[in-house]
Design a binder for this molecule. Structure first.
Ligand code: FES
Length: 304
C-alpha cells in the first residue's frame, strides 16, 4: 500500500459521519490537489521529482533553444539565478558557435515539461518546497466522497464526568519547545493533558502523522512553531516550514470538518521568550476540545 492509499485508508477510518451533499468536487480534480507549473521559470533541475515521495511527478527534459538564446531574465534574488546562469551559458555557447549539434523541438517554452499524476498526489507540498525557481503551484482540493468511500454513522458517545481531553502537541525545538520550557520555569498553570512531541521544524509534520494520531483516538492535535517570518528553516520565505504548515493545516482542517472531526487541529506560534503565550495557546485549545467532547474515534474505542 503506498503513501496515498495509506492516507486515504486513515481518512476512511476516521470518517464518522456522512459527508454533506454540498461537498464541492471541482471537476478537473482527481485527488487531493492540482499542480500547475510555469514552463517559463522551470530550469529542469528535477528537485521536485526527487522530493515527491508518492512519485506523482515526472519530467520530460526538452528545451526550446531559440527562445533561450533570445531570453532576457530579470534579476529576482536567488530564485531565478539557476535559470539565468543556464541562459547565460547557452548564450555564451552560441557566441562560440557551438550550438549546431543541439536539436530544438518546436513549441516548447521551457527546459522540460512536467507531467503530474492526480491519482498519486497527496498535496504534501514537498515539491513546492523543493522548487528553487518558484515555478510550481499547488491548489489543494479534494474529492471527498470518493476518498472516503463507504461512510459510517456517528457513534453515540457518553461523556463521563471525569473525561479529560488527550491532546498531542507537536512543538518545533527552535522556539516553541523553549517557550514550553519557559512556561514551566515560570510555574504557569496550563493543562497537563497534552503529550508533547519535539520536532526540528513545523515543516516536518506530515499529513500521515496527524491522521494517525486522530485515527488512534487522540482528541485534538496542536502544532506550535516559531513566529511567522522567524522559522529557522526558511525565515520569511513562503517556503519556510511554518508558513507551509499553516497552509497545509488549513487544508486538512477543511477535510476533517467534512468527516465530522472539525476543530480538532490547531496551529499557532510562540517564540522562545513567549512562555505566557504558549500556556495560553494550550489552555484555549484544551478548552475548545473540552467543549467539543471526546473524539468520536476514542468514543468508539472505549465502547469497544
Ligand atoms: Fe520553528 Fe520552523 S524552525 S517552525
Amino acid at each position: 500500500m503506498d503513501k496515498r492509499d495509506q492516507l486515504i485508508q486513515k481518512l476512511r477510518n476516521i470518517a464518522v459521519k456522512t459527508p454533506e451533499n454540498d461537498v464541492e468536487v471541482p471537476e478537473k480534480v482527481e485527488g487531493f490537489g492540482t499542480i500547475e507549473y510555469g514552463a517559463q521559470t522551470c530550469s529542469a533541475c528535477k528537485k521536485c521529482i526527487l522530493a515527491c515521495e508518492p512519485a506523482a511527478l515526472d519530467m520530460d527534459p526538452t528545451m526550446n533553444l531559440p527562445d533561450y538564446l533570445k531570453a532576457t531574465i530579470p534579476h529576482d534574488g536567488f530564485r531565478s539565478k539557476n535559470r539565468e546562469s543556464l541562459v547565460t551559458l547557452l548564450q555564451g555557447l552560441r557566441e562560440e558557435g557551438n550550438v549546431v549539434a543541439i536539436s530544438v523541438p518546436d513549441g516548447l517554452p521551457g527546459y522540460g515539461s512536467i507531467a503530474w499524476a492526480a491519482d498519486r498526489c497527496i498535496a504534501c507540498d514537498k515539491c513546492i518546497e523543493a522548487c528553487l525557481e518558484d515555478c510550481l503551484t499547488l491548489e489543494k482540493t479534494y474529492k471527498l466522497p470518493e476518498i472516503i468511500g463507504e461512510v459510517k454513522p456517528p457513534p453515540s458517545i457518553t461523556v463521563s464526568k471525569d473525561w479529560e481531553p488527550f491532546i498531542l502537541c507537536f512543538v518545533c525545538w527552535e522556539c516553541s519547545h523553549a517557550a514550553a520550557d519557559l512556561a514551566g520555569l515560570m510555574h504557569l498553570h496550563y493543562p497537563t493533558n497534552i503529550r508533547t512531541i519535539r520536532i526540528p521544524c513545523l515543516g516536518a509534520v506530515e499529513p500521515m502523522h496527524i491522521m494517525t494520531a486522530l485515527e488512534n483516538g487522540v482528541d485534538g492535535v496542536l502544532l506550535t512553531g516559531c513566529l511567522l517570518s522567524e522559522c529557522h528553516y526558511g525565515g520569511d520565505s513562503p517556503k519556510a516550514g511554518n508558513f507551509m504548515q499553516y497552509d497545509f493545516v488549513k487544508f486538512w482542517m477543511d477535510v476533517l470538518e467534512e468527516i465530522g472531526m472539525g476543530g480538532r487541529i490547531h496551529i499557532d506560534s510562540a517564540s522562545a521568550a513567549m512562555g505566557i503565550k504558549f500556556a495560553d495557546i494550550v489552555k484555549e485549545f484544551t478548552e475548545k476540545i473540552q467543549n467539543l467532547g471526546p473524539s468520536p474515534i476514542r468514543g468508539k474505542l472505549e465502547v469497544r
